[in-house]
Design a binder for this molecule. Structure first.
Ligand code: NAP
Length: 254
């Protein structure tokens, strides 16, 4: 049961990047369940995205698939132009699309460095830049960026991913400062160890080590993050901007 009124996002238009799977999927579902019209962005997973659309339509929710590569500025620009043909505004932008590549710095390939930065940093920036004109037409515009606990703490074997996620902290604060006078809020969520395809690749041995560093002693589900997004885009958070909330079972304190 949600603590929020079921339809409190009625009339709001949301774009959630990378919402075919994992955390993004749950965020899109939760926004739609609370009345928002949701643009489901994804890159490759057509079937998963179509399944999500079907699930949303089944409970009477409204959504549309929007396939584009967040790291390609022309693709983002054209897709946002398509939104603007149908809607005059965007109220909520959730920058969730992200990839992870792990290796010690000495062995890290340059092409992997470029790919991680392109998707995780340039991808967030592209979506903010091209959505801003539509966001500024909303009476309560809100951006939520997905960083990571590793962007705060750093991590052995994850220097590039951590770097990309640290960049999101600076990006969030800068956007929050640049557009506060227009009523736009920008915040950041730093998830810990959440059950998705991304963490399914982690070996059992490493999983045990990570779990031992979580004070609450369990792995989070995507809904933990989706509920925090709901709070951040709601009026309950109307005095919060430029902040990062760790949703990680306390992992950031260890
Ligand atoms: P995931 O299960 O691997 O899903 C990633 C999503 O991003 C998919 O929907 C994927 O779309 C999309 N995507 C990837 N590259 C894209 C691109 N170039 N353009 C558009 N969409 C793209 O990942 P997740 O675990 O849900 O993670 C979501 C976010 O949370 C990421 O930013 C991640 O860094 C962050 N995070 C996750 C955890 C965790 O424990 N899971 C912890 C900290 C932070 P396709 O399916 O179409 O490829």
């Amino acid at each position: 049961m949600s603590v929020f009124n079921n339809n409190f996002l009625s009339g709001k238009i949301s774009l959630v990047t990378g919402s075919s799977r994992g955390i993004g999927r749950e965020i899109a579902l939760n926004l739609a369940k609370h009345g928002s019209y949701v643009f489901i962005n994804y890159f490759k997973a057509d079937k998963s995205a179509m399944d999500l659309k079907h699930e949303i339509n089944q409970f009477g929710g409204n959504c549309q698939l929007l396939k584009f590569d967040v790291s390609d500025s022309n693709d983002v620009k054209a897709s946002v132009e398509n939104i603007s043909k149908e809607f005059k505004k965007i109220d909520i932008l959730v920058n969730n699309a992200g990839i992870a590549r792990a290796a010690l710095a000495l062995r890290f390939k340059e092409e992997d460095f470029d790919e991680v930065m392109k998707v995780n940093v340039k991808g967030h920036f592209n979506c903010i830049k091209y959505c801003l004109p539509l966001l500024l037409r909303s009476d309560s515009p809100s951006i939520v960026n997905l960083s990571s606990v590793l962007g705060i703490t750093g991590d052995l074997g994850n220097s590039v991913y951590s770097t990309s996620k640290s960049a999101i902290l600076g990006l969030t604060k800068s956007i929050a400062l640049e557009y506060a006078s227009k009523g736009l809020r920008a915040n950041c969520i730093a998830p810990g160890f959440i059950k998705t395809d991304m963490t399914a690749l982690v070996s059992e041995e490493v999983s045990k080590i990570v779990l031992s560093k979580i004070p609450l002693k369990f792995q989070g589900e995507p809904i933990e993050i989706a509920n925090c997004v709901l709070f951040l885009v709601s009026d309950a958070a109307k005095y919060i901007t430029g902040q990062t909330i760790s949703v990680d079972g306390g992992m950031v304190m260890k």
